[in-house]
Write a new protein. Structure first.
Length: 354
């Protein structure tokens, strides 16, 4: 199975085409099973049609005029037109841009564009959920239905969520392994880590509690004054943290959503929301929260940038030579195997949302 990153063992000649992806038998497949956040609710106002890349293929997401969310495979079953390029919502129906075949909210063809009786055709449905202002879709290498659900906390006094999206050369496993790779925090991020609670592995979830402190120089208030950060990983597509920062009287939540685009790239969707529980006036607290979320989101992407060149050029080692202080990487990898239904099986997973 392949992590499918470019082979950099030797540089190509100046006239040679780019090296193809290579197979690394020990590595995980490029696409893990699970839930992946491909859009925000705000991006899908009634009547809107979006196309998003997922696992090497497109997914078309739309909202009917009554507000119902739908996610489908991209091609019309009539003659293959791409529904995300010119398709439009008419009432509760999605209309193909080619022959104007119309499909109801359950995916069935209900009308043709020229009066002929509709054929017995349906859109390919993609399992989706709308949770806390985010649109998740389920993908499974063998097309199996969801075996677990995403659990996100309620807003509970938190302010508006600030969203950022960045495309990285990385694998979902790279990003999530970073969470428990405590050994890299000092040389890469100049942070020391104290584990308050060792990572707990429970079904599709991994949770831990830790403290961060800036190493050397002037202390960073975001790290030095935070008594604890509560972290939760759900599958290989979602990592959340919640931190209390007493020095500024603020609670901060950060969500990191990993969306595999193809074997070598991911979209990293970052969301940050804060609250000021000590500010009694609700309007003032909300205004402060709205002002703080953006800079904190950009700070988080700055820290992620430190890892980018590593992810872009690394490879997966089945038997890494670990040292004391690396964190529970072996336990994490054993846990992560549950999200690869075709690893090891001698073949890559089917590249389609399921």
């Amino acid at each position: 199975m392949s992590l499918s990153k470019p082979d950099r063992s030797r540089p190509p000649s100046p006239t040679a085409p780019p090296s193809p992806a290579v197979s690394r038998p020990a590595a995980p497949p490029p696409y893990p099973d699970g839930w992946f956040a491909i859009a925000t609710s705000a991006e899908l106002r009634p009547g809107r049609v979006l196309t998003r890349r997922l696992m090497g293929e497109d997914v078309v997401v739309y909202r009917t005029r009554s507000g119902r969310l739908r996610a489908v495979r991209p091609f019309c079953p009539h003659l293959g037109a791409h529904l995300g390029h010119g398709g439009r919502v008419r009432g509760e129906e999605l209309v193909c841009p080619f022959h104007h075949f119309a499909f109801g909210p359950e995916g069935e063809c209900v009308r043709t564009g020229y009066g002929a009786p509709p054929p017995r055709a349906r859109l390919g449905a993609v399992v989706s959920r709308e949770i806390s202002g985010l649109v998740f879709v389920w993908w499974h290498a063998r097309g199996e239905p969801p075996s677990w659900e995403v659990d996100l906390p309620s807003a509970d006094g938190f302010g508006p969520v600030h969203h950022l999206v960045r495309t990285l050369v990385a694998h979902p496993q790279d990003f999530m392994e970073n969470v428990i790779d405590t050994g890299h925090f000092t040389p890469i991020h100049r942070l020391s880590v104290q584990m308050v609670e060792e990572p707990r592995f429970d079904g599709p979830r991994m949770a831990s509690v830790y403290r961060l402190a800036r190493v050397g120089g002037k202390k960073n208030v975001l790290c030095a004054s935070a008594p604890a950060t509560h972290a939760m990983v759900q599958g290989l597509g979602l990592f959340t943290t919640e931190t209390t920062i007493p020095a500024v009287g603020m609670d901060m939540r950060a969500w990191f959503f990993v969306v595999p685009l193809d074997p070598v790239r991911i979209d990293l969707r970052l969301a940050v929301s804060v609250r000021f529980p000590g500010v009694r006036h609700r309007g003032t607290a909300r205004a402060l929260a709205a002002l703080a979320a953006g800079p904190l989101a950009w700070f988080s992407t700055f820290e992620t940038d430190r890892d980018r060149p590593i992810w872009a050029h690394n490879t997966y080692l089945e038997h890494p030579r670990l040292a004391q202080g690396d964190g529970p990487i072996t336990k994490y990898r054993r846990w992560a195997r549950q999200f690869y239904s075709d690893w090891p099986s001698g073949r890559l997973p089917a590249r389609r949302p399921g």
